[in-house]
Design a protein around this ligand. Structure first.
Ligand SMILES: [Zn+2]
Ligand SMILES: [Zn+2]
Length: 807
């Protein structure tokens, strides 16, 4: 052919292709498959990348589609919003990336295959290695024995070429299949010791392989090359033994068997084994769909190698779609749904979990101004939370209780006829001393029936309350005292809890919202153990668990620190403070352990199909944390277990709901959600403790004479009515709760009297341990039985007179 002709033919050929190419491209894809979502938790790296694969109507990968086609026809929809065209770009994956890192491909080669054949297989494996991530491809051989699977990378690939040249006389076919299965599988086969491994086979070396196999859902593949010229050795492992092991296997790969028929035909045993391994069946004899590979016999080595290449090609991804996150968009957990449209037709759908409520993504760089504004808002939110708690505790709850009381006990007076003959006894109001007429509005809470008007003028209580009446009192809103110090005093534990929440949150933010990445990785990889999970959800879980552990550490520590400090410690010296810090470290360890346990539950809940973490999976972790932390607060403190448990339960539920609902509704200021969770949790726990305190806060001793005259000692902090059975001892030694160091006479014993609550009768008792004058007349000493203390009773120790007062 002369040069001219060549050019003409060349030109017309290229013209033909230019003309024909739109026709080839016009073929519409049937589906788009998403794979391997990735996004990094780094500042400024705010883009999400997916791998994409375009499939035809037979589910085969369409190789003729190009990046430019996607740019023309493709639309990405994120949670119903179309992602603007200028925010995403498509890149054709280069060789070496097309098979993502979460794939594991094991290639097993029969050394009996003729030399030429093995050479072609080596070349095909080499090109697979070129296309794949460097951690994906493993290679092994069988003949006289079975070799250990070894990682093949672009670097070391050439080194394996020589191995393909080895010949062999034997074919330990069953050992090979059984052995490869055992490399993938955590369950040991019963004939494990009969596998003819090569000398120096090391079970330990396989550990890494086993670990990565767990992470690939449907991405574990085994390619088997074998042939017909030599029959399989007769081994202890046979076809039934193999089928039995394969049925039990959990991580068994999808198997593709390529059989080269050198003209001898295939033995029945080999054929049924290869068919069995490529189409494993469950107990009901149905093919397990996600493990279905295929068995491909052929009498040409070319077509054997070609079918291998085809399978590999079909598993490959073609494109990486990178999507720049909108400037203000924050992802804080839950499923983000992605849809793929091709010319407006929906052909792909996938949901991914991006960010968590605890650690929203992306983190954007903050200028000093931004940070200032952020912490200022945080402070204002904290103040608003305090106001909210005061409103709830001092207005809402008393208001409701008062209303309930009024409807229950405010009634028109109805005289009770004692009998027909006896006239009704006239009833006088104990306050205004006028007769109560039938129909008058009265309060019927206690036996001292009063006018409602008089009841209210007497501060919403019975005139006898405190002396002869224990129940005649109504809770109500003290409007006049609302803005006084009393309110702060009543709510101080809630306020302190909120402040502890704020401090914890500030450290949480400054520390980068997750301090325990490596422990978290350990927990997640260990407890994802039973199932295979996609890599993106694994990284999401690690982030979440790391945040959990940090929250546990900080919140438990600061809440314990603050509640214990205000829990009426006797002396605020360095020893007591050290003890408080020590106990708080214990609390934070308990908090972390509880969150770790909750994280394990979270991991176990996630199935291999999960592509995102549902919000309610986090609840057990928060609940466990809250209960364990509040219980830890009762160690060596006067906080009763019952109120700690109830408080822990209530604040866990409220804090969790606030966090997860605000995450759903408030996508922009996601750090705010976490702050709200922290302060509401702390405040809630404090409020529940203070409520119990308020109920019990009514026992006082007032010193009536001497230099300490007028001093009011709250003794309820030692004598908790709700449990504990704590005692208050008065005497001269440091061991006494009340040490009478002001008393100059030598009439006071080391331990002089002991006060305690008789829980059976809810009665405060005084046990004399030395000479004590009771109510100025009765002389008591250590032989006397304990006496009940009523409001305003007095007792004299040495020269000091104490008056017992109940509020
Ligand atoms: Zn009255
Ligand atoms: Zn009364």
């Amino acid at each position: 052919m002369d040069k001219k002709k060549k050019i003409i033919i060349g030109l017309s050929l290229s013209l033909f292709f230019i003309w024909a190419s739109p026709i080839i491209k016009a073929q519409t894809p049937n589906a788009i498959q998403f794979g391997n979502e990735s996004h990094k938790y780094d500042i400024n790296n705010d883009s999400i990348t997916f791998f994409l694969k375009v499939l035809d109507e037979n589910g085969k990968r369409m190789t003729q589609v190009e990046a430019s086609d996607l740019e023309e026809h493709f639309t990405l929809i994120e949670d119903q919003d179309t992602v603007p065209r200028d925010r995403w770009e498509v890149n054709t994956l280069t060789e070496g990336q097309r098979i993502p890192a979460d794939f594991t491909i094991s290639v097993l080669v029969d050394l009996n295959i003729p030399k030429d054949g093995k050479k072609q297989i080596f070349n095909a494996v080499a090109s697979l290695v070129e296309s794949a991530n460097d951690s994906c491809v493993y290679l092994s051989f069988f003949g006289d024995d079975v070799t250990q699977s070894q990682l093949v990378t672009k670097q070391n690939c050439k080194d394996f070429e020589g191995r393909f040249k080895n010949g062999t006389e034997n074919k330990c076919f069953y050992s090979a299949l059984y052995g490869k299965l055992s490399e993938f599988e955590w369950v040991e086969g019963s004939l494990k010791d009969s596998i003819k491994w090569e000398d120096g086979y090391d079970d330990q070396k396989n550990e890494e392989f086993k670990k990565r196999v767990q992470n690939g859902e449907g991405k574990n593949l085994l390619f088997v090359f074998t042939e017909s010229s030599i029959l399989p050795d007769i081994e202890e492992i046979d076809f039934p033994a193999f089928v039995d092991y394969n049925a039990k296997a959990v991580y068994a790969p999808k198997v593709f068997a390529f059989f080269y028929d050198a003209g001898n035909g295939i033995s029945e045993d080999m054929e049924s084994t290869l068919q069995g391994v490529t189409e494993p069946r469950d107990a009901d004899h149905d093919i397990i769909p996600n493990r279905q590979g295929f068995y491909m016999p052929s009498n040409s080595i070319d077509s054997v190698v070609n079918s291998f290449k085809q399978v590999v090609r079909n598993e490959m991804y073609d494109f990486a779609l990178t999507y720049k996150v909108p400037d203000k968009k924050i992802y804080s957990g839950g499923a983000v749904n992605y849809e793929a449209l091709w010319d407006g037709q929906k052909i792909g759908l996938e949901a991914f979990s991006i960010g968590t409520p605890e650690n929203p993504w992306p983190k954007r760089p903050e200028s000093t101004g931004d940070s200032f504004v952020k912490y200022l808002i945080a402070l204002l939110v904290t103040l608003a939370t305090i106001v909210l708690f005061i409103i709830i505790m001092k207005i809402l709850i008393p208001g409701v209780k008062s209303r309930v009381f009024s409807t229950k006990y405010y009634k028109p007076y109805k005289p009770v006829a004692l009998s027909e003959n006896v006239k009704n006894v006239k009833l006088k109001c104990p306050l205004c001393r006028t007769e109560i007429m039938p129909g008058d509005k009265v309060v019927t809470k206690c036996k001292h029936i009063m006018h409602v008007k008089c009841w209210k003028s007497n501060e919403y209580k019975c005139v006898e309350y405190g002396q002869n009446c224990k129940e005649g009192i109504q809770e109500h809103i003290h409007w006049k005292e609302l803005f006084g110090m009393g309110t702060v005093r009543d709510c101080y534990l809630a306020i302190m809890g909120i402040m502890a929440g704020l401090v914890s949150w500030i450290i949480y933010e400054l520390s980068g919202r997750g301090l325990f990445k490596s422990i978290a990785t350990g927990i997640v990889t260990t407890f994802f153990g039973n199932e295979a999970h996609s890599l993106s959800i694994v990284s999401e879980c690690v982030n979440k668990v790391s945040s959990f552990l940090t929250i546990g550490l900080l919140l438990a520590f600061f809440l314990s620190l603050i509640f214990r400090y205000y829990d009426g410690i006797k002396r605020k010296d360095w020893k007591s403070l050290l003890k408080i810090v020590g106990l708080s470290i214990l609390s934070s360890a308990i908090g972390m352990a509880a969150f770790a346990l909750g994280s394990i539950i979270l991991c176990l809940c996630l199935s291999p199909e999960s592509t995102n973490i549902p919000w309610y999976y986090s609840f057990p972790a928060y609940l466990l944390f809250s209960l364990c932390t509040s219980l830890s607060l009762t160690i060596k403190s006067t906080i009763p277990i019952k109120s700690a448990l109830l408080g822990g339960l209530a604040s866990a539920v409220i804090g969790f709901l606030v966090l997860y609902f605000s995450s759903v509704t408030n996508k922009r200021g996601s750090w705010l959600n976490m702050l709200l969770d922290f302060v509401i949790y702390g405040g809630g726990l404090g409020a529940s403790l203070v409520t119990v305190r308020m109920l019990a806060e009514k026992y006082f001793l007032v010193i009536k004479d001497g230099i300490k005259a007028g001093t009011k000692i709250p003794i309820h902090k030692w004598m908790n009515a709700n449990g504990g059975g704590h005692k208050v001892t008065i005497g001269m030694t440091q061991q006494c709760e009340i040490m009478m160091n002001w008393e100059k006479s030598n009439k006071v014993a080391k331990e002089h009297v002991q006060l305690y609550i008789d829980h059976a009768h809810s009665q405060t008792m005084m046990k004399p341990l030395a000479f004590t004058v009771f109510n100025t007349r009765t002389e008591l000493n250590s032989n006397n039985k304990p006496v009940p203390l009523f409001n305003n009773d007095t007792f004299k120790i040495g020269d000091t007179t104490f008056q017992y007062v109940e509020n």
